[in-house]
Ligand binder design. Structure first.
Ligand SMILES: Cc1cc2nc3c(=O)[nH]c(=O)nc-3n(C[C@H](O)[C@H](O)[C@H](O)COP(=O)(O)OP(=O)(O)OC[C@H]3O[C@@H](n4cnc5c(N)ncnc54)[C@H](O)[C@@H]3O)c2cc1C
Length: 386
């Protein structure tokens, strides 16, 4: 029980948890091996209204608040963090498309995504770096034939679902490099357009969703696919990240909660020196400390979504969720693995969780960048200097 989740949200959480236990959890390890996202499950999630429910009904959503998206992310991630990327990429990209896309272009895609028929990627990072995103270089120029189309040339890298997504929100340099963030535009790009090639990396974790590169070689994108005004792309994505950062916090903390629950049971049963492991304070106090921190961090994430639902500022809170959640989740799963002894080190759910949560200490921005955002919000951009 907590003040953020009312009866409706708790009922929704129960419904998603039942689905996740019966349908998502059984394939958790198999998907890590095959590295294929299960599109049948994605369609089932869509049919149940689990993808981007916060979107208005005319876009295929249910018109719920963002807290509903949060409880769904938690329940799916608890069963498989990779599968909950469907929710994350859906909520993050659909918000950008719904707010900034031309209705005739984006509405059919929003319907397909919410129904679980399509998966979208978000392409910001480039080979020369991700933290300093405002200096990105993917070239976006008007086509010379006067058609109004745009031509894209260059590479995006480390993009989640690069080879599995159907379309992507792509950020490109339409202005001068010296203009920094103000020279960046966003385009909605179906990934079947001529001139796009894709590759897949051999990732440490999150293997069912995967990451890879997108190469653009004279890719022609109609002007109707521009998201917002030219040069406004960077501001748009930054607003979207305030949402996804709270959702990521809930995803990784749900993985930590599952690991803790399993480990509390394990240490209650397994004996050493004639007692259950839980009788040793080196074991139980360590778990109690981490359990306390997971509860607190989860409340921060829910509070951030609660602020978003009320249209209140939440940029610093979102950055707090994004650095604290993944770091804490990694520490929790690490300790849980150790408390399973040699068995925890075998290929299995605990070591997979450790690999899975680690990715979010980097993806969507590192802890250093999140702390800079918090400092900017508190002390002012001029004082922080970056
Ligand atoms: C699992 C995963 C999923 C991802 N998914 C996507 C995706 O879907 N789309 C996408 O666009 N990108 C994605 N990324 C890329 C990710 O956003 C970048 O890796 C991240 O922003 C860091 O950029 P970088 O790897 O180039 O590191 P760099 O920018 O080179 O940074 C390297 C190190 O230097 C530190 N550093 C840099 N600048 C500063 C500073 N000013 N102060 C202090 N420390 C600093 C960083 O914190 C980091 O530790 C994903 C990455 C991972 C691992």
């Amino acid at each position: 029980m907590n003040p953020y989740l009312d009866d409706d949200l708790r009922a929704l959480a129960d419904q998603v948890r039942r689905f996740a236990t019966e349908r998502v959890a059984p394939g958790f390890q198999e998907r890590d091996r095959t590295r294929v996202l299960d599109r049948t499950l994605m369609r089932e999630m869509g049919a149940l209204g689990f993808i981007a429910p916060e979107l208005p009904e005319r876009f295929g959503g249910l018109g719920t608040g963002c807290l509903a998206a949060g409880v769904i992310h938690e329940a799916i991630a608890r069963a498989d963090l990779s599968m909950s990327y469907i929710n994350l990429l859906g909520s993050l990209n659909c918000q950008i498309l719904a707010e900034h896309g031309r209705p005739e272009v984006v509405e059919p895609w929003l319907q397909r995504v919410t129904q679980g028929e399509a998966l979208l990627a978000l392409a910001l990072t480039e080979p020369r770096g991700g933290s300093d995103a405002a200096s990105l270089r993917l070239k976006m120029e008007p086509a010379a034939d006067g058609s109004g189309d745009w031509l894209l040339n260059g590479e995006k890298t480390s993009i989640s679902a690069a080879d599995q997504a159907d379309a992507a929100v792509v950020f490109a340099r339409s202005g001068r490099v010296e203009d920094g963030a103000r020279g960046v535009s966003a385009l909605f790009v179906p990934l079947t357009l001529p001139g796009i090639t894709r590759s897949r990396f051999d990732c440490h974790g999150q293997r069912a969703i995967g990451r890879g590169s997108l190469h653009f070689d004279n890719v022609r994108v109609p002007n109707s696919h521009l998201l917002g005004a030219p040069g406004a792309g960077f501001v748009q994505v930054m607003q979207g990240f305030d949402f996804s950062r709270a959702l990521i916090g809930l995803q990784v903390l749900a993985v930590a909660r599952q690991a803790l629950d399993e480990t509390w049971s394990h240490v209650g049963e397994r004996q050493a020196f004639g007692k259950p492991l839980a009788a040793f304070q080196g074991v139980s106090h360590t778990l109690a400390t981490l359990d306390t921190q997971v509860e607190a961090a989860r409340l921060l994430c829910l509070q951030t979504l609660w602020l978003k639902d009320r249209g209140l500022p939440h940029t610093a809170e979102a950055a707090m969720c994004k650095w604290w959640g993944p770091q804490l989740a990694y520490d929790v799963v690490h300790q849980c693995l150790l408390m399973h002894g040699h068995g925890g080190y075998d290929r299995g759910p605990m070591e997979q969780r450790l690999r899975d949560v680690l990715g979010f200490q980097i993806g969507d921005g590192t802890a250093q960048i999140m702390k800079t955002i918090i400092a900017r919000t508190r002390a002012g951009r001029a004082a922080v200097g970056v």
